[in-house]
Design a protein around this ligand. Structure first.
Ligand code: NAP
Length: 268
C-alpha cells in the first residue's frame, strides 16, 4: 500500500483525488492538506469528497503531513507547489504535481530539484490527452508546413490561468515536430488590424465558462481540407485516477523529472 498525501484537498481536484486514492486498491490516504486559514481545516476528507466519513481530518502543517506519506500529490497554486517541493526535497519524498501556470523560474527550480528527487509533472493526467499528444505530433509531421495550426481550449469559469497547461504543452509538441521555436511561434491573442496570418505561427484561443471540465482541439487548416483532433474530458476523475496511477508508479522510481508519457509507457 502506497501512502498518499494530498495537498489542495478542499479544491475541485483535491476532493476528486480523495475518492480516487480511497478507491485505488494500491493506495491509502495518509494526509489531507490545505493552507493555513482555510475554513476546511479539521473537516473530514471523506465527507468533503462526498464518499462518507474517513476519520482523516484536513491539516495545515504540510511538513508533518509529508512525513506521514510515501508520495505527495499536489494540485494547488504555483506558490504552494513550490513550497511543497522544498518540503518534499527535505523529507526525500517523491511528489506528483498537477498544478499548472508555473513560470520559467519555477520550472528551472523544479528541474534542479529533480536531480535529487523523483517528480512527476504533467499538465494533464488523463490517458486520452497523453495519447492525443502523440497523435498531434504525428499529424504535424505528416501535414508539415502546408497547414496552419491553431490550438483551441475550453475550461470552467473558475480556471485562473490561460492558455491551459495542456494547450501550452500541445504547442511545445507541435513546434518541436515542425522544428520551430515555441517562444517565437506562439500567438496568444488577435485583435484589430492584425494583418495576414504569419504561416510560422501557432495560435491559441481560450474559452472560459460554466462547468466545462476541459476540452482541447488542435486544428490543422489547409487549402481545401481541415483536420481537427479533439479531446474532451467529462469528469475530473480521469485526471485524479491518472495522478494516483502516477503516484504508485513514482514510488518505485529514482530521482528524475517524469511526465505521464513515462508513467503510461508512451515515451519513444
Ligand atoms: P481549486 O478548486 O482552486 O483547488 C485548489 C486548492 O488548493 C484550493 O482548495 C485552495 O484553497 C488550495 N490551496 C491554495 N493554496 C494552498 C496552499 N498554500 N496549501 C494548500 N492548499 C492550498 O483548483 P482545481 O481546479 O482543483 O485545480 C488546481 C490546479 O490543478 C490548477 O493549477 C489546475 O490548472 C490544475 N489541474 C491540473 C490537472 C492535470 O491533469 N494536471 C487537471 C485539473 C486541474 P483556497 O480555495 O482556499 O485558496
Amino acid at each position: 500500500m502506497i501512502k498518499i498525501g494530498i495537498c489542495g484537498t478542499a479544491g475541485r481536484m483535491g476532493r476528486t483525488l480523495v475518492a480516487a486514492v480511497v478507491q485505488n486498491p494500491h493506495t491509502r490516504l495518509a494526509a489531507a492538506i490545505e493552507h493555513q486559514g482555510s475554513r476546511w481545516i479539521g473537516a473530514d476528507a471523506g465527507d468533503l469528497a462526498g464518499i462518507g466519513t474517513l476519520g482523516l481530518s484536513l491539516v495545515d502543517e504540510p511538513a508533518a503531513a509529508i512525513d506521514s506519506s510515501d508520495v505527495l500529490v499536489d494540485f494547488t497554486v504555483p506558490e504552494a507547489t513550490m513550497a511543497n517541493l522544498a518540503l518534499c526535497r527535505a523529507a526525500g519524498k517523491p511528489i506528483v504535481i498537477g498544478t499548472t501556470g508555473l513560470d520559467q523560474a519555477q520550472r528551472r527550480e523544479l528541474s534542479r530539484t529533480a536531480e535529487v528527487l523523483p517528480i512527476v509533472l504533467a499538465p494533464n493526467f488523463s490517458a486520452g490527452v497523453n495519447l492525443t499528444f502523440k497523435l498531434i505530433e504525428l499529424a504535424a509531421r505528416a501535414l508539415g508546413e502546408d497547414f496552419d495550426i491553431e490550438v483551441i481550449e475550453a475550461h470552467h469559469r473558475h480556471k485562473i490561468d490561460a492558455p491551459s497547461g495542456t494547450a501550452l504543452r500541445m504547442g511545445e509538441i507541435l513546434a518541436s515536430a515542425l522544428d520551430r521555436d515555441f517562444g517565437t511561434s506562439a500567438v496568444y491573442s488577435r485583435q484589430g488590424r492584425t494583418g495576414e496570418r504569419d504561416r510560422k505561427t501557432i495560435g491559441f484561443a481560450s474559452v472560459r465558462g460554466g462547468d466545462i471540465v476541459g476540452e482541447h482541439t488542435v486544428l490543422y487548416a489547409g487549402l481545401g481540407e481541415r483536420l481537427e483532433i479533439t479531446h474532451r474530458a467529462s469528469s475530473r476523475m480521469t485526471f485524479a485516477n491518472g495522478a494516483v496511477r502516477a503516484a504508485v508508479w513514482l514510488a518505485g522510481q529514482t530521482a528524475g523529472l517524469y511526465d505521464m508519457q513515462d508513467v503510461l509507457g508512451l515515451r519513444d
